[in-house]
Ligand binder design. Sequence first.
Ligand code: NAG
Length: 298
Amino acid sequence: MFAGFDVAFSKSLAGVREKTAAGAVVSLLAYAFMLCLVVSEFIFFQDVQIVEKLELDVSPGAETVAIYVDIEFYELPCEAVHLHYRGQHHSKVMEDFSPEFRKTPTADRKVGCRLEGTAHARKVPGLLQVSPVNADEFNRGAKSVTYESLQRFNASHHIHDLAFGEIFPGMERPLRGKTGVKSDGMYQYQYQVKVVPTTYAGLYRPAVASNQYSSTYYYKKSIGDDNPLASFGILNHVEEPGFFLRFQFSSIKIHKEEVKHAWSEFLTSVCAILGGVYAAAEFLDVVLHQTVLAKKID
Ligand SMILES: *[C@@H]1O[C@H](CO)[C@@H](O)[C@H](O)[C@H]1NC(C)=O
């Protein structure tokens, strides 16, 4: 009784070798299935993963950083836009970066200015400020600036982009696309940025040493109707309106690396697919053959 099964099984195996029509269909289906699996495995294999590692940044202050700025001021004419930089160790000097930047008047409006360019600064805590006064006036104590001109300094803006260093795929720069608009007076638009040195090693291109950042902000009214001194033109008591970007550098460094799956992984998967599908097809063929035999016996 038990041996009877065995005979049927070996006979059906012989049937496979006989090249039946059912066997052909099973084989074709098996090949198609193998192909699908191998292709999908290949697509998965192509997939690039990004591995992140944290390290201590051992050389703070030693390098410079290229700060890319692209900001549009809605209400300021270009001649009123001055970009200053102040670094931690030379706080008295206020460099005016304005000449190094491209200033484009907003085309579709009467006022408005788009400021775009790269400031090269030391890798120390610093401040980038867009101010109504130029560097000379600033160093002279802003005496030539009138209360009226400050009162008109509406620094409402849109940050098209802000990046510290070369841009790489998936770079975190949250202030990109940020709009700051206040309607109830003149403001100090204050942004605090924590810059995190980041190296990014791509699979097919040289590694870039760049930075990412996180940010917080607050907007502070600079000249209010509630400030009695200001209305008398006593500017010392007025915090000048404008755009302020304070940044500092993290001592933790991020290393990002693109990695691919190993070829051996792919080959192992392909072997598993070929073997598995072959075995399954053979089994299916045996079952089909047995069913046909059983029908014939009936
Ligand atoms: C400043 O400019 C913005 C953008 O044009 C505007 O919405 C806002 O009302 C202005 N603020 C004041 C106090 O005029």
